[in-house]
Design a protein around this ligand. Structure first.
Ligand code: NDP
Length: 402
């Protein structure tokens, strides 16, 4: 029996639960736990309808370590798949250590009161997990996640040395709302409004948010999009684990409409995480904004178009300079037809299921705290092809951008 507890019943949690339920021989027993029980029950009902697989549900507050530890001791899973919010990473890791359970997530820890995400807090758990004989796999979503594995795969099979990395995340989808975010609005807006950092010659260089823009033509007629350079957490781990990288940048596409709304919201203080008084009560403007924006999980039926996320890597092979582009294209409506979700949650949930699967199959099981690019990329790449996220590598004959 390999029992997993999935924590977080949002957009990503729904997809992970569906994908795990599709593999009953690997995930023999699934428990979905979150802050709001009714959201777990709604996903469980869908899974039962789609696959005739019965999963258990539970209400849990993942900020509360003793409560969560007790819950894990009672459930006795082999692994926790954390798809709650980055704020819960450390409390869930603490509970896993106390209950003797392996851990996996898709986003690195971020303190709730400072919009700053770094791996240092989770890397500090290395010794504790190693001593306990437990594994913590960090960042098994798409970016971070598949993009890290793409980089490791190219480094292993296509290069003698990799020197420049550009991760490009294009969402060519349209949900028809004037303004909505494809994953948790609070996390998304904190990420997008943060100062940009990219890696150059051994250090991170800071620039103003959204100050560097390029045009990118996606393959397979997905379209040409404006992409903006921003900071993303995988730059920190990838430049550490591939020290030959001299320059690393992360780019994301945004429509003019999205940026105009964001500028206005930022201009009037609605994206701030500083508490303000409202009718005698302290509120955080960004959390209030989140409560009136559409839930990411609700965008599935109305989102059309495709995503195109991948890595352009430059380096040296057999003494020659080479540029390779590796990418996945994912169709929002095809995701909806399969698991009733849009492609952003899908492209995160599928790699989360694959990371968990490889741990449970002992292909990636190793005590300690590991970023996903530190694992052998090959079984993950095979599973991407098999479970809904096929990828392509093309050699670029001229520098495409950047
Ligand atoms: P959602 O907001 O849709 O879902 C988050 C879920 O976590 C909600 O169901 C919420 O419960 C639950 N939750 C929040 N706090 C607690 C708590 N204290 N205890 C228990 N449950 C809690 O977000 P997404 O599904 O879009 O994102 C999930 C995670 O995936 C995030 O960490 C996000 O950063 C990450 N992500 C990673 C990506 C990648 O490519 N690596 C891409 C996209 C997302 P409730 O609804 O009741 O509040």
């Amino acid at each position: 029996m390999t029992k997993v507890v999935i924590i977080g019943a949002g957009g990503v949690g729904g997809v992970v639960t569906h994908k795990c339920a599709q593999l009953p021989t690997v995930f023999t027993d699934i428990v979905l736990a979150s802050r709001t029980l009714s959201k777990c029950d709604a996903i469980a009902e869908q899974v039962l309808k789609n696959y005739e697989v019965k999963i258990s549900t539970a209400q849990v507050d993942a900020d509360n370590v003793p409560e969560l530890t007790q819950f894990l001791i009672q459930e006795r899973p082999k692994l926790v798949i954390n798809v709650a919010l980055p704020y819960q990473d450390l409390t869930i890791m603490d509970a896993c250590l106390a209950a003797g359970v392996h851990y996996m997530d898709t986003a690195n820890y971020e303190p709730e009161d400072t919009a700053k995400f770094e791996y240092k807090w989770q890397w500090a758990y290395q010794e504790k997990f190693e001593k306990a004989g437990l594994m913590a796999l960090l960042g098994s979503g798409f970016d971070p996640g598949a993009t890290n594995v793409f980089t490791a795969y190219l480094a292993k099979h296509y290069f003698d040395e990799i020197q420049q990395l550009d991760i490009i995340d294009v969402n060519g989808g349209d949900h028809g709302h004037p303004f909505a975010t494809n994953f948790n609005p609070e996390i998304n807006i904190r990420e997008v409004t943060a100062e940009c950092r990219h890696w150059e010659n051994g250090d991170f260089v800071e620039t103003e948010a959204m100050s560097k823009k390029a045009s990118f033509e996606c393959p397979e007629a997905v379209g040409t999009y404006n992409i903006y350079r921003m900071y993303h957490e995988e730059l920190e781990s990838l430049t550490k684990h591939f020290p030959t990288i001299k320059k690393a940048q992360f780019w994301m596409s945004f429509s003019e409409n999205y940026l105009n709304h964001l500028r206005v919201l930022e201009g009037i203080g609605m994206t701030s995480i500083e508490p303000v008084m409202h009718n005698g009560q302290e509120i955080i403007p960004l959390q209030f904004l989140k409560s009136i924006l559409p839930e990411p999980a609700s965008l599935g039926p109305r989102t059309v178009g495709r995503t195109c996320i991948g890595c352009i890597v430059k380096g040296v092979k057999d003494g020659k300079e080479v540029t390779q582009y590796i990418y996945n294209i994912c169709d929002h409506q095809a995701c909806y037809a399969e698991v009733q979700s849009q492609a952003i949650s899908y492209t995160t949930g599928v790699p989360a299921m694959i990371g968990a699967k490889l741990m449970l199959e002992d292909k990636w099981m190793k005590p300690g705290v590991w970023n996903i690019e530190q694992m052998d990329p090959d079984p993950f790449m095979d599973d991407m092809n098999q479970y809904g996220l096929p990828w392509t590598v093309i050699e670029l004959t001229q520098d495409k951008i950047l």
